[in-house]
Design a protein around this ligand. Structure first.
Ligand code: IPE
Ligand code: IPE
Ligand code: MG
Length: 239
């Protein structure tokens, strides 16, 4: 491939992934759903590393939605345990991995222990440049409502006027403030819906839906999604 061609194939700056299909992966193997989530966590480690190798600046992953509390207590506890283990490991290896962590979502519903791990991970990694945004107890609608409340509070406090509100200003109240919108959103597992992910930020994102289950998702699948992204003709409402 010619160098210029390779440059044109540079990965998007910001990739977002709906990490879906863990349950079906486990079911196919006669394993408990939690085993699927453990395999999904491995997949995340692999893909986050690969994104760093490729030079992706922001990786946003949907790890737990505001709707996922509907699942059994056992499954929710299993997911929370995996998150805790991952964050403890991330904190231990922080200086080696040099990844900056951010968390999108209403963390107040998480255990105090997990909240503290999230706070520590975010605080201790502020200086690093490759950024992973973890969506935890995240919902796109919840994020917009939360932003609206913050803006209303600023109005009530006399810091803002209702007529100040613009799209750009509202963006600064979102969990994703300061993060550019994702160019590419990938959903593995064969489902073709957003499930309340990045509703505001995805206005002009390219969606790539793939049949592979998240625990099976590997480097070549990410390559394929990026290639598909490059084949798209992004018009942003123009011609
Ligand atoms: C995604 O996998 C992980 C979470 C939602 C936490 P699922 O658990 O939704 O897997 P499927 O969709 O049931 O296969
Ligand atoms: C979306 O997947 C949430 C995460 C991957 C964390 P779900 O499995 O919860 O979505 P639905 O139920 O298929 O819409
Ligand atoms: Mg699912």
């Amino acid at each position: 491939m010619a160098l210029s061609e390779k440059e044109n194939m540079a990965p998007p700056r910001h990739i977002a992934i709906i990490m879906d299909g863990n349950g079906r992966w486990a079911k196919k193997r006669g394993l408990p759903r939690t085993a699927g989530h453990a395999a999904g966590a491995e997949s995340f480690r692999r893909i986050a590393n690969y994104c760093r190798t490729l030079g992706v600046e922001y990786l946003t992953v949907y790890a737990f939605s505001t709707e996922n509390w509907k699942r059994s207590q056992e499954e929710v506890a299993g997911i929370m345990r995996l998150l805790r283990r991952y964050l403890e490991e991330a904190l231990r290896d922080m200086d080696k991995n040099r990844v900056c962590f951010r968390f999108f979502g209403d963390l107040t519903r998480l255990s105090p222990e997990l909240q503290k791990l999230c706070r520590d991970a975010q605080m201790r990694s502020e200086e690093y440049d490759v950024q992973v945004n973890f969506c935890l107890n995240y919902g796109g609608r919840d994020e917009i409502v939360h932003a609206a409340k913050l803006f209303a509070q600023d109005v009530a406090a006399g810091k803002r006027k209702p007529e100040d509100l613009t799209e750009a200003l509202l963006s600064t109240y979102l969990y994703s403030a300061d993060v550019p919108d994702p160019e590419l959103i990938i959903r593995p597992s064969g489902e073709q819906r957003t499930s309340n992910f990045l509703l505001w930020q995805s206005a002009y994102s390219e969606y790539v839906f793939m049949d592979v289950l998240w625990p099976d998702f590997c480097e070549k699948d990410l390559d394929a999604a990026i290639e598909e992204y490059h084949r798209r003709n992004r018009r942003f409402g123009g011609t």
